[in-house]
Design a protein around this ligand. Structure first.
Ligand code: NAI
Length: 334
């Protein structure tokens, strides 16, 4: 039986985790969940929001499914999510973004894969207070990390039959840092002549995404732009409630939705578990449980096609009610 680390997170995390576990359990796949807690709730007892036991568990199991963890805004401890990615060297943040059935949006046939560098840039956490009125953050970009993520994007494109990789930077302004990221992408592109290569500035990219998203295939971005642009892409397909993600390294992978802990709707059984479920489906594919992954995806799509939706998509289902509808359809497929 495959052992997988489960981080239930906080905010809407426990609700969507429970819904997704119930669905996975009903698919017949056997998983030994190694449940680990992290975030604000563990600080009092363990003096850190990310205890070593969590890192150790993911390293031992090689795979984790993770719900969002709250990060205090403008103060307090460093993001558990950023720290986890850094400690485990989960250098590639993969966020596929495509239309799901039954969810009407402005554009059809959106099919974009965001590949975001996950370990450096402004997320390195190198900040200092100069005086009461001045603060600095260092935007750190290295050749090693930029080449590694560019190679990941091109290899992903090759393996998944994608046609183009488009690198997104602000190299006209951040000439050294984004310039280095861009040059590494250019050099890598030369080794992948089968894949088209394109360059775009991040501001223009955002405008083009909103006006004509169908022109994009694989987007390759440094950490900060990747974070922002992937939320924009989520908006194109119906919002954060359905946007899946994965953090991938050489030795392990952590699957998690793009969204955060949504404190505004936490504890109300209102959250959409789809983003977490889509991330879990990719996790099942990753561990080779392809049949279960396929059945769950089919049941999810049938549910959405039947017009059953949570409130974020204009529906009336609760989080648990939506999961029950998926399970009902899953039982017919099995
Ligand atoms: P958020 O993603 O939590 O919420 C943004 C908006 O989307 C809210 O209106 C929320 O209700 C809605 N939303 C998000 N997920 C939803 C779902 N599954 N179903 C229905 N509606 C959903 O972003 P926000 O408010 O900026 O951040 C809240 C907290 O989450 C912060 O502490 C932030 O640091 C943390 N965060 C954690 C992440 C992670 O654990 N990987 C990622 C992003 C944010």
């Amino acid at each position: 039986m495959k052992r997988i680390t489960l981080i239930k997170g906080d905010g809407i995390g426990p609700e969507i985790s429970e819904a997704v576990l119930k669905i996975i359990d009903s698919s017949g796949v056997s998983i030994d969940w190694d449940v680990q807690t992290a975030g604000a709730d563990v600080i009092a007892e363990e003096q850190t929001p990310l205890p070593d036991r969590v890192i150790k568990s993911v390293m031992e199991n090689g795979v984790a499914l993770k719900s969002p963890v709250t990060t205090p805004i403008g103060k307090g401890f460093r993001s558990v999510n950023v720290q986890l990615r850094k400690e485990l060297d989960l250098y590639a943040n993969l966020r596929p973004c495509y239309n799901l059935p039954g969810i009407k949006t402005r554009y059809d046939n959106v099919d974009i894969v965001v590949v975001r560098e996950n370990t450096e840039d402004l997320y390195a956490g190198i900040e200092r207070q100069i005086d009461d009125d001045t603060a600095e953050s260092i935007k750190r970009i290295t050749r090693a990390a930029s080449t590694r993520i560019a190679e990941f994007a091109f290899n992903y494109a090759l393996k998944n039959n994608r046609k183009e990789v488009c690198v997104v930077t602000k190299a006209n302004i951040c000439k050294l840092s984004d310039g280095l990221f861009l040059n590494c992408a250019r050099e890598t592109a030369e080794r992948f002549p089968q894949i088209r290569f394109r360059e775009i500035l991040v501001d223009n990219c955002c405008m083009q995404l909103v006006q004509n998203p169908n022109q994009f295939d694989v987007l390759l971005l440094p950490n900060l732009y990747g974070d922002i642009v992937s939320d924009l892409c989520a908006g194109l397909i119906g919002g954060l409630g359905i946007a899946q993600g994965a953090n991938i390294g050489e030795d392990c992978a952590v699957f998690e939705p793009v969204h955060g802990s949504a404190p505004d709707i936490a504890g109300q059984n209102k959250a959409n578990p789809t983003a977490m479920l889509m991330s879990a489906i990719e996790m099942l594919n990753y561990i080779g449980a392809n049949e279960a992954a396929f059945k769950i995806k089919t049941a999810l799509f049938e549910t959405l096609r039947a017009g059953i939706k949570t409130a974020d998509l204009g529906g009336e289902s609760s989080c648990s009610g939506f999961a029950d509808e998926i399970i009902k359809r899953l039982r017919c497929i099995i």
